[in-house]
Design a protein around this ligand. Structure first.
Ligand SMILES: Nc1ncnc2c1ncn2[C@@H]1O[C@H](COP(=O)(O)OP(=O)(O)O)[C@@H](O)[C@H]1O
Ligand SMILES: Cc1ncc(Cc2csc(CCOP(=O)(O)OP(=O)(O)O)c2C)c(N)n1
Ligand SMILES: [Mg+2]
Length: 569
């Protein structure tokens, strides 16, 4: 009620802004256009940060990772139909990765859409969004904006986080209502993501499994990173003494150099463990669905699973001890239940993991030291590994195939939620959107390590990065192609389908918009250029020349490719 004086009027534009601000949302990522250009202008004039992108997919990816980093839904604002569709990829990806975001799109008038009379940018957006996201709502009356925004926030962050679509038809914005009435219609969401406590019986069952284990293993997933229960997760790993494998975006929950880290001994850990505690990690393709040779003898594993989504249990293999609830509450209950009786994980098993980890690290070490040109993935990543070790609070964004797969194992992370990558779908194109939101939401310097193909999906946002003067250093691993730069067209007519222009200079793209460009040929030159960028905080793009023959098809997941057995004469 203290928003407006008694005589005033308000309208849809103002109610959307007030509803977002009332709920602590202060940033919007979007692309202007009919019917939401003025909404963006007015939000900016009222003190919200409104960042305009060059393509809605990148604005949507920014909103998604903002949600992952802050636990508040990131907001992506788009025009109707084509703009909405461009945002959908990011909304679907957010939902797949359990990142909370709200895609707000202007839309055409219901009466015209429903009679299919050909409105400007006509599309039944709500119907199209529904199957691709966690929840979808449309608001037709200004006095419902408060409830609509509240429902979208709660749907995005409660339970398993995800993407929500909020459809705002053009006529809604200019609808005028009494200001007092409007003020009363706003809803400040109370406890949007309520703690969900596990049942004591579930905790007891899980502890029994752990007590009987001879070779226990913990797997930390990005749900554990998202939960921001960092202290209790770390304490549980250390008090239990159980080795752990961090999934890609859970790296840094404990430093990758931690004595209990089994990241560098992942194959042994998965194959030889007998009881596996999943913490905010799904047994999907990234964990070979919990079965097959990666997991050793069939039926040899007993899985305990902590997840806020009850239906995740038994999704791939039997879960002998399901623990349903939020990670903070569940891990705290397990920690309390360990009690003084807990003797730690069997020393022989911990030693096996340690020895395997050290051996694998030692085997890798020489590959990281090569300081000659042309660079390959290992030698270039060796330089960046040192950069992150020296700058642990920098945020690392990473995408590509070899550029992604090798960076995941070579660049150690030291703090939670510092590694942001392609996630569950392995989607290309998250790079610049993630880098922009990471810089905006945290104020920390960002290092985006990009395959040259991956960069191409969102590369136009280098102008956005320069416009907002963001502390983002992009390193492009330029191996002239997708996976490699050496394929050829057997007919000799065109370049192969997986190569790019040879000797390309992506660094010049950044210079085009006033940023710093550099080309480097050795790991030393790469490290110096990155250090200069991180020290200056200036938008920088480094074109790191990588041997075009260095990569392997599809990085680590080439086996997922179907192979033709037919060889035409
Ligand atoms: N706060 C939370 N508490 C418990 N589980 C959560 C929480 N947030 C997300 N999750 C769960 O974490 C899981 C994340 O799994 P996934 O995305 O497969 O991680 P990763 O790819 O790192 O293995 C999802 O099943 C999701 O339901
Ligand atoms: C939206 C989308 N479209 C295509 C693809 C398929 C793909 C997976 S990885 C990749 C790029 C690999 O080349 P890059 O140069 O980035 O990396 P490198 O191996 O170091 O040379 C593509 C096109 C995916 N995953 N998502
Ligand atoms: Mg490449």
């Amino acid at each position: 009620a203290d928003f407006y004086s008694p005589t005033e009027l308000t309208d849809g534009f103002h109610l959307v802004i007030d509803a977002l601000k009332l709920n602590g949302i202060d940033t919007i990522y979007g692309v202007p256009g009919i019917p939401i250009t003025d909404l963006g202008r007015m939000a900016q004039a009222e003190g919200m940060r409104v960042l305009s992108f060059r393509h809605e997919q990148n604005a949507g990816n920014a909103a998604a990772i903002a949600g992952f980093l802050t636990k508040k839904p990131g907001i992506c604002l788009t025009v109707s139909a084509p703009g909405f569709l461009n945002g959908l990829t990011a909304l679907a990806n957010a939902t797949t990765n359990c990142f909370p975001m709200i895609l707000i799109s202007g839309s055409s008038e219901r009466e015209i859409v429903d009679l299919q009379q050909g409105d400007y940018e006509e599309m039944d957006q709500l119907a199209i969004a529904k199957p691709l996201c966690k929840a979808a709502f449309r608001v037709l009356h200004a006095c419902d904006i408060g409830i609509g925004v509240a429902r979208a926030i709660r749907a995005a962050v409660s339970g398993r986080p995800g993407g929500v679509y909020l459809d705002l038809p053009a006529k809604l914005f200019a609808q005028v209502i009494d200001a007092q009435h409007g003020a009363k219609s706003l809803v400040k969401v109370i406890d949007a993501a309520p703690a969900q406590l596990p049942a004591p019986t579930a905790i007891a069952r899980a502890l029994d499994e752990l007590r009987n284990a001879k070779r226990p293993l913990i797997i930390l997933g990005k749900g554990a990173a998202y939960a921001q229960a960092d202290d209790v997760v770390r304490e549980f790993v250390e008090r239990s003494g159980i080795p752990y494998v961090p999934m890609s975006m859970a790296k840094g929950l404990l430093p990758d150099t931690h004595p209990l880290s089994a990241g560098a001994a992942r194959s042994t850990a998965l194959k030889d463990s007998d009881v596996v505690l999943l913490v905010g990690a799904r047994l999907n393709w990234l964990l070979s669905h919990g079965k097959g040779k990666a997991w050793g003898e069939p039926g040899s594993k007993r899985f305990i699973q902590i997840d806020i989504e009850p239906r995740e249990m038994d999704s791939n293999v039997e879960i002998v001890a399901p623990v349903v609830g939020d990670i903070g509450s569940c891990v705290s209950a397990l920690l309390d239940g360990l009690g003084d009786g807990w003797k730690g994980a069997p020393a022989e098993w911990v030693e096996t993991i340690r020895a395997k980890r050290e051996a694998n690290i030692a085997k890798m070490a020489p590959k990281l030291m090569k300081n000659t040109a042309p660079m390959d993935f290992h030698s270039a990543l060796g330089a960046l590994r040192t950069v992150i070790k020296e700058r642990p609070d920098a945020i690392l964004v990473n995408e590509g195939a070899n550029t992604l797969d090798l960076a995941r194992g070579i660049i150690d992370m030291y703090q939670p939620r510092k590694r942001l990558d392609v996630g569950t779908w392995g989607i290309m194109g998250i790079g610049m959107g993630f880098a922009i939101a990471a810089a905006v939401e945290t104020g920390k310097p960002v290092l985006a390590v990009e395959g040259d193909s991956a960069f191409g999906f969102s590369g136009m946002e280098v102008e956005t990065i320069c416009r907002y003067k963001l502390p983002i250093c992009i390193v492009i691993f330029n191996n002239n192609g997708i996976y490699r730069g050496t394929d050829t067209d057997p007919t000799g007519r065109d370049p192969a389908t997986t190569v790019f222009v040879p000797d390309s200079r992506y660094d010049r793209m950044m210079e085009a918009f006033g940023g710093v460009g550099a080309q480097v040929f050795t790991p030393d030159e790469l490290k110096r250029a990155v250090d200069a960028a991180m020290d200056s905080g200036k938008p920088t793009l480094i074109n790191a020349v990588i041997d075009p023959a260095a990569g392997s098809e599809s990085g680590n997941i080439g086996s997922l490719n179907p192979q033709s057995v037919i060889k035409r004469k």
